[in-house]
Design a protein around this ligand. Structure first.
Ligand SMILES: N[C@@H](CCC(=O)N[C@@H](CS)C(=O)NCC(=O)O)C(=O)O
Length: 291
């Protein structure tokens, strides 16, 4: 028995990104289902998930359905006390809880004016005063968290916690819309863009799902401001590895990288790897150890 997790579109569903990071970042096993934002209504695509009508939602191994990301976070933290979802230090934990709750209920202007779109980045965006006020508030609470928690790394309250998972889509918005923020906020955004789990999600968003015109904004576009991916592409040829690095099934779909050919057992796993090879530890282990 494991968890079931239902998600929306990788490129556009910011709440789904939060829900997925809670599992992926803290090593919690799950079976994943997707709804297709191109197909129409989300609730109609979730038969068997009542009363859930938005994504993400989870079904626990004992059958509880959780329909909201903050409830999912709290329940996973309670059920997996050793996974580190909340900081163990009480001061840091209280601060992380406060930041998480403020994200969950706040930042309406940033969320509505700048919907997450991981497929592209814009230039020349002139944010409204309300969005600017949201950005100043983010700077204030992120700096406050760092003052209180004195983290030694890039995350807000010490080790990566639920608070960081909740702010990952905000980082994507600041990066994707080129929004002007303080130096410390920029460093926090950069940490998210470089985070391998975030990069895996984005890589899947680049190769799965359709472009949705309803998220289009009338701005010029530019390169994504995160780390440049290693140059890989789908290819023909005989792979070095007989079996897929993810499933162990026979290699049928090939990828070329640095003059070498690697195999995967399906097109999605090949393509998500080609989109950002360094984000996938099992692939990088294959690259570094295969001869
Ligand atoms: N409060 C919910 C919000 C979830 C949410 O609004 N998800 C969006 C996708 S990002 C959705 O499912 N929208 C479909 C709809 O509202 O019909 C949470 O925290 O999980």
């Amino acid at each position: 028995m494991t968890y079931d997790l239902i998600l929306g579109d990788y490129a556009y569903s910011s709440w789904s990104l939060r829900g997925w990071l809670l599992f992926e970042r803290f090593g919690i096993a799950r079976r994943t289902e997707m709804v297709d934002f191109k197909k129409g209504g989300v609730p109609e695509q979730m038969p068997g998930w009542a009363p859930a009508k938005t994504v993400p939602a989870i079904r626990t191994p004992d059958g509880a359905i959780l329909t909201d990301s903050i409830a999912i976070a709290e329940e996973l933290a309670t059920r997996h006390p050793d996974a580190g979802l909340w900081p163990s230090n009480p001061l840091a934990r209280a601060t992380a809880r406060s930041l998480t709750a403020e994200m969950h209920s706040g930042f309406a202007a940033l969320r509505s004016d700048c919907p997450m779109n991981l497929r592209l980045a814009y230039v020349g965006v002139d944010p409204s005063d309300a969005v600017k006020a949201d950005l100043r508030r983010l700077e204030a609470i992120w700096d406050h968290a760092r003052e209180v928690c004195a983290p030694t790394g890039p995350w807000l309250c010490g080790e990566y916690s639920i608070a960081d998972a909740f702010y990952a889509p905000v980082a994507a918005r600041i990066a994707g819309y080129g929004l002007d923020v303080s130096t410390s906020a920029q460093a926090y955004v950069a940490a998210h863009l470089a985070d391998p789990a975030f990069r895996r999600w984005r890589a899947m968003g680049l190769v799965h799902g359709k472009v949705l015109n309803r998220y289009k904004k009338p701005f010029a576009t530019t390169d994504w401001p995160g780390p440049s991916p290693l140059p890989a592409q789908a290819a023909d040829g005989t792979p070095e590895n007989i079996n897929c690095p993810y499933s162990g099934n026979p290699s049928t779909h090939m990828l070329a990288l640095e003059g070498r050919v690697f195999g995967f057992c399906n097109a999605f796993c090949r393509d998500k790897t080609a989109a950002d090879p360094a984000a996938w530890p099992a692939f990088m282990a294959l690259r570094d150890h295969a001869t």
